[in-house]
Design a protein around this ligand. Structure first.
Ligand SMILES: NC(=O)c1ccc[n+]([C@@H]2O[C@H](COP(=O)([O-])OP(=O)(O)OC[C@H]3O[C@@H](n4cnc5c(N)ncnc54)[C@H](OP(=O)(O)O)[C@@H]3O)[C@@H](O)[C@H]2O)c1
Length: 353
């Protein structure tokens, strides 16, 4: 591939869109052609994201009609959707139709939940509304990039933030058959995981200096994780997931625990994790317990493990907005366009945030 790829971001004023714009500003090949806003077309991007003013001082949000016209004028286009679930599928469907009529090679990475399941029935059973573009489901694969070498569909559904951390920690255990397929997952997320719109459960005075669980064993991401694990390993696993609200803005810490089928000590579990992720530039297996600040703002994941001989625990930290959303999506798009997987994604964490 040579030259720049015109790139579109949907869900413009949202937190994930902001992180996509930050990554695209430094990406050598994906060039922002339009960022769509449903609520603020025509408004300056820097008004929604003052921290991005240096890169987007003159850029304004575009309407859906502008973006649909744009995709008909370019030979190829990369589309990242950071729209909400229930909105994303229809937007993507109309862009794909416009591109197809114009002969544009358009590729999508959807960060919403709309294309994570293989069937509309599975989607509808979790999200309780009809899928807006069921005929497109077969055009998407939902996977963490580290767990799928060869992509067989034109488009990708990002598994999401909790799912990325849970799958990175769990897949070695399931793939290597170290544990039975029932995994106990504790996840703690920062407040940006809930998006821009303030609601009671994410309001700063209620969240800061506090820690609490929510939707225990009933969170919508558990069946999505199980579907990804099934697709990647053929194993029908249960993820007993208890999410928690953490008193920080960015980052996720996940602990996956399970009984061991046979005694394996900590050093052997760590060696197995290192071998499993040997070809994965964004995954580091560490000897000490990983901390959220090691990876916040980056596309890296840090993993560690401990074994009692009878039970194993695997800890994983990622940044929810980056590896768990925008960064993981850029990693996929790099691969879709034949670029090195790491392009534009290797900046280190600041460490003190
Ligand atoms: N936050 C995370 O850590 C995270 C991680 C993984 C995945 N995700 C997923 O990524 C997506 C974006 O998350 P977010 O946290 O950025 O959410 P957010 O801050 O709430 O932003 C979503 C944006 O979507 C747009 N939107 C809202 N309603 C719309 C409608 N009816 N039609 C068209 N656009 C609409 C809005 O921007 P405009 O009005 O400007 O269009 C809104 O700002 C969601 O699907 C979420 O589940 C989030």
């Amino acid at each position: 591939m040579s030259g720049f790829v015109p790139t579109v971001v949907l869900g413009g004023t949202g937190y994930v869109a902001g992180e996509l714009l930050r990554l695209l500003a430094a990406h050598p090949r994906f060039e922002l052609a339009a960022v769509m806003s449903d609520s603020q077309p025509g408004e300056p991007v820097a008004k929604a994201f003052p921290h991005l003013a240096a890169a987007y001082g003159e850029t304004r949000f575009k309407s859906q009609a502008d973006v649909e016209a744009l995709v008909t004028r370019v030979p190829e286009c990369a589309v990242f959707s950071a729209a909400p679930h229930g909105v994303s599928a229809a937007l993507i469907d109309s862009l794909l139709k416009a591109a197809s009529q114009a002969g544009t090679r358009l590729r999508v990475v959807d960060i919403s939940a709309d294309f994570r399941f293989r069937s509309a029935a599975e989607y509808e059973s979790v999200y309780r509304h009809a899928h807006a573009a069921p005929a497109r489901l077969a055009e998407f694969t939902c996977a963490v990039p580290e767990h799928l070498r060869e992509l067989k569909t034109p488009h990708v559904a990002h598994p999401g933030c909790f799912a990325t951390a849970t799958l990175l920690a769990s897949m070695p255990l399931l793939s290597l058959g170290l544990t039975p397929p029932v995994l106990y997952v504790t996840g703690i997320t920062g407040s940006t995981g809930a998006g821009r719109k303030p609601v009671e459960g994410t309001h700063h005075p209620l969240r800061h200096s506090d820690l609490y669980s929510y939707n225990a064993l009933a969170h919508r991401h558990a069946p999505e994780v199980a579907a990804c694990a099934r697709a990647a390993t053929g194993v029908e696993a249960e993820f007993a997931f208890v999410p928690h609200s953490g008193p920080f803005a960015r980052g996720i810490h996940v602990t996956v625990q399970a009984p061991l089928k046979s005694a394996v000590d900590t050093s052997k579990v760590l060696a197995a994790l290192r071998e499993f992720y040997a070809g994965s530039p964004f995954v580091r297996v560490t000897d000490s317990a990983p901390r959220v600040k090691e990876v916040v703002t980056t596309n890296y994941a840090h993993l560690c493990a401990a074994s009692s001989g009878r039970t194993v625990a695997v800890m994983c930290v990622i940044d929810n907005l980056n590896k768990g959303a925008a960064g993981g999506a850029v990693q996929w798009m790099n691969r879709i366009f034949g670029l090195p997987e790491t392009e534009g994604l290797t900046a280190c964490a600041p460490g003190w945030t």
